[in-house]
Design a protein around this ligand. Structure first.
Ligand SMILES: CC(C)(COP(=O)(O)OP(=O)(O)OC[C@H]1O[C@@H](n2cnc3c(N)ncnc32)[C@H](O)[C@@H]1OP(=O)(O)O)[C@@H](O)C(=O)NCCC(=O)NCCS
Length: 294
């Protein structure tokens, strides 16, 4: 009973959506992005067939002018897990990236996703850095506000300058936004600016926080996803408070906040952060394939 990996065909879509529906209790963002992958000439979408049935899917998106192969969307149908199929798909994607000549492969994964981490390590990926992720219902915050640092919206070019001024704000000089991550080059920030917005917090004439935010959907759930980089807790909470207000204005029920590990301290200090919600840590994994010439 052979398993065959082949390029995606439009007729596979319903079966892929079915796999997503059975993943993470239906909170999978794949159904909301699959049409973009299908339409994107830089996306290389593969499925695994078994007895005329799609049992797995994975995408490799070539980004950063061909430099990076972004690995995403690996799913194995729950009934077919733990048979080595995830490993076969992962190895296939590595070969595709290698054949396309990308310099490196990257992915983000939840650090509590043991099979995912195993797969990343098996192909020789190493963890560049990790971030904390917090999901909370917006209504839980009630009237909470923290406004000691003024926050203003900025464009992608100002973001580039702010990040250069506030050195060491970004781990690995990489901007994480939602489940994605890009090096903080001017070009990449402009790319991110097409799907997200940026904000800056300034205290005494210097940048003390930079954030990126966008609306997203996971299953039936709509949420506001923000990543906040800050130099201290006060700067972090001011930026978080701003994003909470944005989520409220947009009537989005959920907030997903990605932040430096140090601000997990806020979970003990701020009343509405103490209760419930979902927390995890996210890692950026990377495998170098070729080194840049010239
Ligand atoms: C992650 C996923 C793709 C793995 O697929 P899979 O076909 O079950 O993976 P494999 O059978 O190839 O297993 C890979 C490794 O993980 C281990 N593993 C699999 N499931 C595991 C589990 N639940 N807990 C711990 N280890 C697990 C396997 O033992 C194997 O390790 P080994 O080579 O040392 O034996 C699948 O679990 C899945 O679709 N999960 C939901 C979506 C997801 O998390 N996608 C990846 C994140 S982007």
């Amino acid at each position: 009973m052979a398993y065959e990996i082949r390029a995606f065909k439009l007729s596979d879509k319903p079966q892929i959506l079915e796999i997503a529906r059975r993943t993470w209790g239906g909170h999978d963002h794949l159904p909301h992005v699959i049409d973009k992958w299908i339409a994107d000439p830089n996306s290389h979408l593969y499925v695994m067939d078994h007895e005329s049935r799609v049992v797995s899917v994975a995408n490799l998106k070539v980004i950063e002018a061909g430099r990076t192969g972004w690995m995403e969307g690996l799913r194995v149908h729950p009934r077919y897990r733990k048979r080595g199929l995830g490993a076969l798909m992962t190895q296939h994607v590595v070969k595709v990236g290698s054949d396309l000549g990308v310099e490196r492969l990257r992915l983000t994964a939840a650090l509590d996703n043991r099979p995912s981490l195993k797969l990343a390590r098996e192909i020789g990926m190493s963890e560049r850095f990790r971030m904390s992720v917090l999901w909370k219902g917006v209504s839980e915050a009630r009237a909470w506000k923290h406004e000691s640092v003024p926050i203003r919206k900025i464009d992608s070019d100002r973001t580039f300058d702010a990040l250069r001024e506030a050195v060491d704000l970004l781990p690995g000089n990489v901007v994480v936004y939602y489940w994605y991550a890009l090096d903080a080059t001017q070009e990449n920030l402009r790319e991110i600016g097409k799907v997200a917005d940026f904000w800056e917090g300034r205290r005494e004439g210097r940048t003390v926080s930079v954030s990126v935010g966008l609306a997203a959907e996971e299953g039936d759930e709509r949420l506001w996803s923000c990543t906040i980089y800050a130099i201290d807790l006060d700067a972090f909470l001011s930026n978080l408070s701003h994003h909470l207000q944005l989520a409220k204005q947009l009537k989005l029920p959920g907030l997903m906040c990605i932040h430096q590990l140090a601000f997990e301290a806020a979970y003990k200090q701020v009343a509405w952060l103490k209760r419930g919600g979902h927390r995890m840590r996210l890692g950026l994994f990377e495998k170098q394939l070729f080194s840049r010439s010239g």
